[in-house]
Write a protein that binds this ligand. Structure first.
Ligand code: SF4
Ligand code: SF4
Length: 85
C-alpha cells in the first residue's frame, strides 16, 4: 500500500505529534514559519508513506489528510476523516 499525505501548514501548530507518531519517518517540521508563527509539519520523505493514517488521527488540528493507492491503478482514496478547511 502506498499513501499520500496532504498537510495544511496554516492550520498546523507545530506540536510534533505527527512527527513522533509516524512509523515511517515521513514527516518533519519546516524551517519556515507559517502565518501563525509556528514551524509547520511537512512531508520530508513522502516516498516512504504507507497510508496508515496514524499521523492524521494524532493531529489535534485536523491538519493532515491521508490518501491511499491500491494496487489496481485506481485513484487514491481518502483514508480518514476530512481535515479542517
Ligand atoms: S500515513 Fe502513516 S506512514 Fe504516512 S505520513 Fe502518516 S503516519 Fe506516516
Ligand atoms: S500533529 Fe498536526 S498540528 Fe501537530 S505538528 Fe503535526 S500537522 Fe502540525
Amino acid at each position: 500500500m502506498k499513501g499520500v499525505i496532504k498537510i495544511n501548514g496554516e492550520h498546523c501548530k507545530g506540536c510534533r505529534y505527527c512527527t513522533e507518531a509516524c512509523p515511517a519517518g515521513v514527516i518533519a517540521l519546516s524551517a519556515d514559519f507559517n502565518r501563525s508563527g509556528y514551524f509547520p509539519a511537512i512531508g520530508k520523505h513522502p516516498e516512504k508513506c504507507t497510508g496508515c493514517a496514524i499521523c492524521a488521527h494524532m493531529c489535534p488540528e485536523l491538519a493532515i489528510e491521508v490518501y491511499r493507492h491500491n494496487n489496481h491503478g485506481e485513484k487514491p482514496r481518502a483514508a480518514q476523516r476530512k481535515g479542517r478547511k
